[in-house]
Design a protein around this ligand. Structure first.
Ligand SMILES: [Zn+2]
Length: 234
């Protein structure tokens, strides 16, 4: 893994990043995703592997969240930007990565969804009903951060209330608000960045990247259909 750290620090081109992802996907050498055979050779000119047994041509990103991605450098930079303490809006990210708004939005949402796995694995999570988040967001956006955000009929533990307030503050300061439909994805991002700033959890660049070379491609249509559950995890 030490070598991979060095590679990551010095990577500059899409090919450098592909090399890193190949090693993350196949740490003990190429393994055919089709027939599971361990022998193959690389077609350098096309950045593909051909299986010696079944002849299929494949790549380290085939069938993963990075399936079909050409600009791996941008993606890796965007993924790693999620383990900085501060968040970035889609507009700012689009400018940073020199992409159009729509592509950037889909990229950031996919990254949030995948990295949500890190939050779900953690034991330090809090569940917040979306309805509460909506109320707190509304109160926060009208400047009533310290007011009574809830009806008496709603019961939520103080920790949950605190988390909802902080999540709302984060969402408003970074994104100026988010839709109910995608609120879980932004909550994941918030929880992840909070963990980074408290240095309490396993946020390590290579293990983060390895999440993206696991099977499970995700297309734009899937992202459009995504809908946050009624109770979100922070
Ligand atoms: Zn094969």
């Amino acid at each position: 893994m030490d070598d991979l750290y060095t590679l990551l620090e010095t990577a500059k081109s899409n090919r450098d990043y592909r090399n890193i992802l190949e090693q993350l996907r196949w740490p003990s050498g190429f393994q055919c995703p089709h027939c599971a055979e361990g022998h193959g050779y690389k077609i350098e000119s096309r950045d593909l592997y051909e299986c010696s047994s079944c002849g299929i041509q494949t790549s380290a990103t085939a069938g993963t969240f990075l399936h079909g991605v050409k600009n791996l450098k941008t993606w890796v930079e965007a993924i790693l930007s999620f383990i900085n303490e501060r968040g970035t809006s889609t507009v700012a990210a689009a400018e940073l990565f020199n992409l159009d708004y729509t592509s950037t939005w889909f990229m950031m949402q996919k990254i949030r969804l995948v990295l949500g796995g890190l939050v779900e694995e953690s034991e330090e999570t809090v569940l917040i009903p979306c309805s509460i988040l909506k109320t707190v967001l509304y109160k926060a956006s009208t400047g009533d951060m310290h007011g009574n955000c809830l009806d008496d009929s709603v019961e939520l533990e103080p920790a949950g209330m605190d988390s909802a307030g902080r999540l709302a503050a984060y969402i408003l300061s970074t994104f100026l608000g988010v839709s109910r439909k995608y609120s879980q994805l932004y909550a994941y991002e918030y929880a992840l960045r909070k963990a980074v700033s408290s240095e309490s959890r396993m946020i390590e660049p290579l293990s983060v990247l390895s999440k993206f070379v696991r099977p499970g491609s995700l297309y734009r249509e899937g992202m459009r259909k995504y809908c946050a559950p009624p109770v979100i995890l922070v």
